[in-house]
Design a protein around this ligand. Structure first.
Ligand code: SAM
Ligand code: SF4
Length: 496
């Protein structure tokens, strides 16, 4: 890969934009405290203690780290089932039977960093490098919005001058500009979330002005010694604190919705889970809003990854499911994202355990959506996907379980973001808008993109949902029914 100037890399980290958030030079991940909280939790907690914690979650209150440590130690099958039931009840109470869907869109794989687990790392000379130009971006969006029917994307960038903030801003404008003709009018991408490196406040302001939904950066591991092992010290990403405080900077830059995450499998999952809780609580304490979403990608094999199958912290399926349950119980209002890194069976279960967002029809090779030949190519993509179901198939599978796929992007376009959305979620009022918009956007998608087989399952589900609106939300019924009828006649993008 071409050489990047030392001055470019040297100017990225602004020490003042880290130190200002620290407490007397200390960060919010107190490793000694976390280890002692984990050690202090009873080895197999008494059922009543667990039930008291579940009862608290069910009132939509955040759990304390001590309570999370107790749940981590539950191994009794009966108690795990009670945790599962509580997580499902919280999901239904706050988010109802909806899943929001999106597609990952990798715009380039140049990266100056050398994260040892990632196929894009600068030392991987077998990777074929590419950055999409604006015309190529349009071609990809034409497939994503016009053929598959996606309305939301998560765009993914490596850290490199070729996909620096100027490129990000331009690419976002290009994505929003694409309108594709469909059988019932036009389709376009309505919300773009960004998964990108940790930026400065100045850069984040520019990205925010280009109109993003959520800004996601995963800490990968909160454990400092492991972080240092995974991210060489002479790289930008090697700076633990620059990354740890990027969500503080994002909020200061005006980005309301931030997404945090751990790459599970790098270090002990118990420690990472506790740290996620500390991170969202720190954001709420210092900036007034917790994490809009929490992601929990699990390490998967990547080309030339230095982490092999014997790595001692890899997370098995049972523990992974427990992680999802505990996140749902501990932070009831946060969005939870599971990606197609996971196999279909785990993703199907996750829907019933509190997850709120998942991708589908995912292609993560650069240019993979418009390239019909390459399904998955190890030397072009960051890692290998576990669930390659199409959006149509996923929607059908979910509908068979009574789950409705939402393409709603109204919240962000009506200003229901940040603290506003959190308060609505906590009070249960957000469900009223979301349910209606979910039905409207689901109808729109089925009419524009659904196969006959999927429509056969999806349309009766919509009828059932409408009956529920009649019973539970009579005040909104008139306008909702008017919008629904207009969408069936071919009008698009109506929302409440
Ligand atoms: N380059 C940016 C960064 O690292 O923050 C953003 C893009 S990076 C491609 C997105 C995420 O992919 C990373 O934050 C990491 O959690 C995840 N990732 C990297 N390698 C992975 C692997 N082998 N398995 C699963 N997830 C991986
Ligand atoms: Fe680069 Fe992100 Fe991959 Fe690290 S995880 S090598 S920063 S693309």
């Amino acid at each position: 890969m071409e050489k990047v100037s030392a001055s470019w890399a040297g100017q990225r980290i602004k020490r003042g934009q880290v130190e200002k958030y620290m407490d007397n030079g200390r960060d919010f991940i107190n490793e000694g405290l976390i280890h002692s909280q984990l050690a202090a939790a009873p080895k197999e907690p008494a059922p009543q203690q667990v039930r008291d914690i579940l009862a608290k979650s069910l009132t939509v209150k955040d759990l304390t780290p001590e309570e999370v440590a107790v749940l981590i130690n539950v191994t009794d099958k009966g108690m795990l089932e009670e945790m599962r039931a509580a997580a499902q009840a919280i999901k239904l109470k706050i988010y109802d039977n909806r899943i929001v869907t999106f597609a990952p869109f990798y715009l380039g794989n140049y990266c100056v960093n050398r994260c040892v687990y990632c196929g894009f790392n600068n030392d991987n000379h077998d990777a074929r490098r590419k950055v999409l130009d604006q015309e190529e971006i349009k071609k990809e969006v034409a497939v994503l919005a016009g053929k598959i029917g996606h309305k939301r994307l998560i765009v993914v960038y490596g850290e490199h001058p070729r996909n620096d903030v100027d490129y990000i801003v331009e690419s976002l404008k290009t994505i929003y500009s694409v309108r594709v003709k469909t059988k019932n009018g036009h389709a376009s991408i309505r919300r773009v979330n960004v998964n990108a490196p940790a930026f400065s406040i100045e850069d984040l302001k520019r990205i925010n002005e280009a109109g993003i939904g959520t800004y996601q950066v995963f800490q990968e591991t909160y454990h400092k010694a492991t972080y240092a092992r995974m991210h060489p010290a002479d790289t930008i990403k090697g700076d633990y604190h620059w990354r740890l405080y990027c969500m503080h900077r994002a909020m200061e830059a005006g980005i309301d919705d931030v997404g945090i995450g751990v790459l599970f499998g790098l270090y002990d999952w118990r420690f990472e889970l506790m740290s996620l809780i500390y991170h969202t609580q720190e954001l709420e304490k210092k900036l007034g809003i917790g994490a809009h979403t929490i992601s929990f990608p699990r390490l998967v094999p990547a080309l030339n990854s230095m982490i092999g199958p014997d790595w001692k912290y890899l997370v098995n399926d049972e523990d992974f499911k427990k992680i999802m349950l505990i996140i749902r119980l501990a932070v009831p209002y946060t969005g939870m994202i599971i990606t197609a890194r996971e196999k279909a069976s785990i993703r199907d279960e996750a829907v019933l355990m509190g997850v709120t967002q998942m991708d589908a029809s995912s292609r993560i090779a650069i240019g993979g959506y418009s390239d019909v030949v390459v399904a998955q190519a190890e030397n072009k993509q960051q890692f290998i996907l576990g669930d390659t179901r199409s959006l149509d198939e996923l929607i059908r599978d979910l509908a068979r379980k009574g789950v409705i796929t939402s393409f709603c992007t109204a919240g962000y376009r009506c200003g229901r973001t940040g603290k506003c959305i959190m308060d609505l979620l906590r009070s249960g009022a957000e469900g009223k808008f979301c349910k209606l918009n979910a039905i409207l956007t689901f109808q729109e998608w089925l009419d524009d993109f659904g196969s006959e087989e999927t429509r056969k399952v999806g349309l009766p589900l919509i009828e059932k949902e409408i009956e529920q609106v009649k019973a539970k939300n009579p005040n909104a019924l008139e306008i909702f029914m008017d919008y629904h009828a207009r969408i069936k006649k071919g009008e698009r993008d109506l929302y409440l």
